[in-house]
Design a protein around this ligand. Structure first.
Ligand SMILES: Nc1ncnc2c1ncn2[C@@H]1O[C@H](COP(=O)(O)OP(=O)(O)OP(=O)(O)O)[C@@H](O)[C@H]1O
Ligand SMILES: [Mg+2]
Length: 254
């Protein structure tokens, strides 16, 4: 029987020099959920999504994706399996317009190769299909009106929307996000989370999101996992976890 969990970590340990950034982390993420990863600064949240995304190899433990052990696979292999990592500062091609940024995320395109992506000659070869799909993605994300704007001219929040669009174009099944609401005005931050929530429902995509701004994110979350000092200290429904005395104490201790 297929598990309900798209991703699971078992006993993940990751050390940096003498520091144990992850100290035996077991998490399970429900397929199609919006799951938040919270915890004070330095608790290991970013390190954990980096281990899942293949940026770091763990010193011990396993990452199981759709029932398969993907521990230590290189990032591009993991990306090809449908796990996409987004960044606090979106990594877009600054000189390309929004539609080009989306089109280059499509698998099988010449743009999948970051060195070829900005070449005009390659761009001309792009299929009409990819452009159509890019524009449909823009419609979904309510950024169709900025289809021909250079990404360097976008606000931080708009760049995040484009980055989410790139995940969709790449056919992501699991999106790992580091603080999508950081530096974004509250109205747009709510819109972003509302869209992510819609994508879990409509497209069955799973989001595992590191986020500090719980006053914005909590209402959209299906599940919350709290970490402190490299360990999971609490998990469950947003309200339960946020009021869990162990979690409250961990934030007070910093
Ligand atoms: N590349 C690295 N080299 C050395 N130490 C690192 C590295 N990455 C993270 N650390 C350390 O590992 C610990 C966990 O860091 P991590 O970035 O995962 O925390 P975080 O929970 O994401 O914190 P924040 O909320 O501030 O983003 C911290 O003590 C951090 O200094
Ligand atoms: Mg972090």
């Amino acid at each position: 029987m297929q598990s309900n969990h798209i991703i699971e970590t078992r006993g993940i340990v990751k050390t940096f020099g003498g520091l144990r950034a992850l100290d035996g982390v077991d998490i399970k993420v429900q397929r199609g959920s919006l799951t938040l990863l919270i915890g004070p600064n330095g608790s290991g949240k970013t390190t954990l999504i980096n281990v899942i995304g293949g940026v770091y190899k763990p010193d011990a433990g396993q990452v199981i994706y759709e029932g398969e052990d993907i521990t230590g696979l290189p990032p591009h292999e993991i990306y090809h399996r449908g796990i996409v990592r987004t960044f606090q500062i979106p990594r877009l091609f600054r000189n390309l317009i929004v539609t080009e940024n989306l089109a280059t995320a499509k698998r099988g395109n010449p743009g999948e190769n970051v060195y070829l992506a900005p070449l005009k000659s390659r761009w001309i070869d792009f299929e009409t299909k990819t452009i159509r799909e890019s524009m449909i993605t823009e419609l979904k994300l309510k950024i169709l009106h900025m289809w021909n704007r250079k990404s360097s001219e976008l606000s931080g929040g708009q760049m995040k929307l484009v980055e989410i669009g790139r995940s969709l174009m790449a056919g992501a099944r699991l999106v790992l996000m580091d603080e999508p609401a950081a530096g974004v005005n509250p109205t747009l931050a709510h819109q972003i989370f509302a869209m992510l929530k819609e994508m879990t429902r409509g497209l069955g995509i799973t989001f595992l999101i590191v986020e500090h701004r719980l006053e914005i994110a909590a209402e959209y979350a299906d599940y919350v996992i709290a970490m402190a000092r490299g360990k999971v200290i609490s998990e469950g429904k947003p309200n339960e976890v946020m009021t869990d005395p162990v979690v409250v104490k961990s934030y007070l201790e910093g």
